[in-house]
Design a protein around this ligand. Structure first.
Ligand code: ZN
Length: 256
């Protein structure tokens, strides 16, 4: 196949052999790609040290089965505001890790959406003093694009809205529902009462999560705290394992 020039965000890299580097990147046109850059660690001329996570690059790539061939690369933007701040670096590493793990190699049509979602999230993270809000927004929208969006507002068992009013005047409705990472969504109070060990989540948080999939919303403190207890566990359940980058965030928060 002919070489193409593409914009790309570097997700992860591994050194290989004497001077090569294996690079995973997200491209709007090619999707999530693994490629090998031969001599990358020696050739300043062809790569200029651009093959690092948290870099927006322009790559010349020859797509191939298995490992594509990365022929040249140049940095378009480095995210110094992320790399130079431990908290932002921790959350940013999770964004890259999540993208690398949740996005299918053959996502095709949706690749462009994922690329621009990630590009936007990294720019927001670099400037934001609310990194968790940036991360929650990214998680929920990525789940939407990849087809794994949980049910936030309708009970998985009976199908009713979890915020339905209790009487005809619309008063006295429930203030909480329970979220099940394993089932992929919420149960109303009635249906959820039979299930043990699930997190109680306020209706306000569930509405915030539903809204953030389509528009910019501000998270309350409670919504940040509660959504952090349900969204990462939901994703980890879906992936079947915990991501190291998430453990790093937990350690950082715990001051370890
Ligand atoms: Zn129900």
């Amino acid at each position: 196949m002919k070489s193409v020039i593409t914009e790309a965000l570097i997700l992860r890299t591994n050194d290989y052999g004497e001077s090569d580097r294996i690079v995973r990147f997200m491209s709007p046109g090619l999707g999530k790609v693994s490629g090998i850059a031969k001599g990358a660690r020696k050739s300043i001329k062809r790569f200029g040290g651009c093959l690092e996570p948290f870099t927006l690059v322009s790559l010349t790539v020859q797509p191939r089965e298995g490992l594509s061939l990365i022929k040249e690369g140049a940095a378009a933007k480095g995210y110094k505001g992320i790399k130079n701040d431990l908290e932002r670096f921790a959350y940013g590493s999770y964004l890259l890790d999540l993208t690398n793990n949740i996005v299918a190699d053959d996502l095709d049509d949706e690749s462009e959406k994922v690329f621009f979602l990630l590009k936007n999230a990294l720019a927001l993270l670099e400037a934001s003093d609310k990194p968790e809000e940036v991360v929650r927004e990214y998680e929920v929208r990525l789940l939407g694009i990849t087809g794994y969006m949980p049910s936030f507002l309708n009970c998985l068992s009976c199908g009713d809205p979890v915020d339905r009013p209790m009487d005809e005047a619309g008063q006295g409705g429930p203030v909480e529902a329970v979220f099940s990472p394993g089932d992929g969504g919420v149960f109303c109070r009635n249906c959820g009462s039979e299930k043990a060990g699930l997190e109680s989540i306020s209706i306000g948080t569930l509405k915030t999560l539903e809204a953030v999939s389509t528009k910019k919303v501000s998270f309350s403190r409670n919504a940040i705290e509660e959504s952090g207890r349900i969204i990462p566990p939901f994703i980890m359940h879906h992936l079947g394992r915990r991501l190291k980058s998430l453990e790093f965030i937990d350690k950082m928060k715990g001051g370890v």
